[in-house]
Design a protein around this ligand. Structure first.
Ligand SMILES: [Mg+2]
Length: 145
């Protein structure tokens, strides 16, 4: 039986979640769906990113950002959440930190809300359902801008 050692060059790519200095990018994941948050967390952490914190609504996201800001390089922000929604949370975050990197996570067919988020200061967006390749592509593309 062949083992991984028979294909040494199949996946030479370095973990995408690492900065040039080798330290991981820190991520704050905001989503009211535990399933989505877990899925995102798995995709990102398996690629070298560090999940600094998670939040299940806008208010909690602002609190977590305040607590962990220096360690957070990227925020993934669900749009529809009970309590404070993702666009409102985004508005607060951008006001606090105009350079913040936020990627919106949107359900399909929410083009107007995505557009509003991009005008508000979100750097990019990903449409659900989440696909590992698509998520990593968008995230890396956004961080390297
Ligand atoms: Mg949601």
């Amino acid at each position: 039986m062949r083992t991984k050692a028979d294909y040494p060059n199949i996946n030479p790519a370095e973990p995408q979640g690492l900065k040039h200095d080798g330290s991981p990018y820190g991520v704050l994941i905001v989503d009211d769906s535990m399933f989505m948050a877990k899925q995102l967390s798995q995709i990102l952490s398996s690629s070298g990113f560090r999940i600094v914190a998670t939040a299940s609504n806008g208010q909690e996201a602002l609190r977590q950002y305040q607590t962990h800001a220096p360690a957070i390089d990227l925020v993934t922000m669900d749009i529809t959440m009970p309590g404070m929604d993702g666009i409102t949370a985004l508005e607060h975050l951008v006001r606090t930190d105009p350079e913040i990197v936020v990627i919106m996570i949107s359900a399909i067919g929410k083009d107007d809300l995505v557009k509003k988020a991009l005008l508000t200061g979100a750097k990019n967006y990903i449409v659900k359902p989440l696909d590992r390749k698509k998520v990593l592509e968008r995230v890396v593309q956004t961080l390297n801008r």
